[in-house]
Design a binder for this molecule. Sequence first.
Ligand SMILES: Nc1ncnc2c1ncn2[C@@H]1O[C@H](COP(=O)(O)OP(=O)(O)OP(=O)(O)O)[C@@H](O)[C@H]1O
Ligand SMILES: [Mg+2]
Length: 368
Amino acid sequence: MDEKLNILLVDDQPTKLMAYEAVLGELGENLIEAHSGMEALEQLLKNDVALVLMDVCMPGMDGFETAEMIHQHPRFENTPIVFVSGICVTEMDRLKGYRCGAVDYVPVPAPPELLRAKVKTLVDLHRKTRQLESLNAKMTLLQEEERRRIARDLHDSVGQLLAAISMNHSAVQSESEKLSARAAHCLQENAEMVEEVSKQIRTISYLLHPPLLDEAGLEPALRCFVDGFAKRSDIAVSLQISANLGRLPQEAEICIFRVVQECLTNVHRHSGSRTAAVRVTREKTYVRVEIEDAGKGIPSPASRLGTSMQAGVGVLGMRERLRNLGGTLEIRSSDEGTRLTGVLPAAMIDSSDSPSAATPSISSVPSA
Ligand SMILES: Nc1ncnc2c1ncn2[C@@H]1O[C@H](COP(=O)(O)OP(=O)(O)OP(=O)(O)O)[C@@H](O)[C@H]1O
Ligand SMILES: [Mg+2]
């Protein structure tokens, strides 16, 4: 059986709340009441709400203001809101409602079946979205496992074979005076190519899944990645990590690592910036990761229209990864640069070891 979803009913009049409960009760979902905009915000913070059904005219903060506040919060920016009003029913009111991000605007009195049908459609849609999100989270996990396996295979099979080829080469090289000049030259070229392939295999294997992430944790893995990235891209990257970061649960470490990896790749591919800054901060209630550049900024959706520029999956993927762990992603961009901020909540990081006990030794980290 499907899990019950929460529907938040917001109205200052208790009789109207009772009426909504009578109409929506047979949907079999969980109905939560709030008597004001403030109370609605409190309920949203406490519960995972699938849909908000909200009166427009309320004393204090009205429905429009409440909707704007709800959608300003990164966690609730996509929470669907349906306005219900018996007073504000003009075209202008409805337009204002849609501008505040409403998915529907129902003038009352409305036939109970109609209201019930609308709510059911939106709740079903939410349930399907949830199923897709959960599938996506599983795919992300599988993808990480696959990357880990390929990285290990590359290192253990191809890497070992290349090492064996190098050893054989040394044996042949020691007798190279017996070869013609051309053969000796080819031998030397082969040695250089094997060296280059080894380097590339190590880099590919590292980018697929840095072994340091599992063995030593986020900080050394990030330092190693950022150093390597700065050398490859010629972008000067500063990295600041809270001294108390310690070890986080594996999924949180992978998530933050992948966010930094994708953001720096974006800085290199899209921003034109010669510098970037990465900050990872651990506070009591959250871990925050920020990646900032001084580039040209993300083009607005409008400026992409009519061009062949396609939005990729990088930003969407980061947002999903963070959301799967209860976190958020915020992007600020202007023609002076871009800053992405990812936040993972305490619930995600509390299960980790105590920071001081698990802080890995940085001195053991090889430079990239
Ligand atoms: N730091 C940045 N500076 C400027 N533009 C950026 C930056 N990061 C992202 N963008 C813009 O946002 C778009 C979406 O980024 P996203 O990472 O989702 O996709 P992508 O990098 O184009 O492709 P993919 O990540 O799927 O390979 C980019 O195409 C680019 O136009
Ligand atoms: Mg990208």
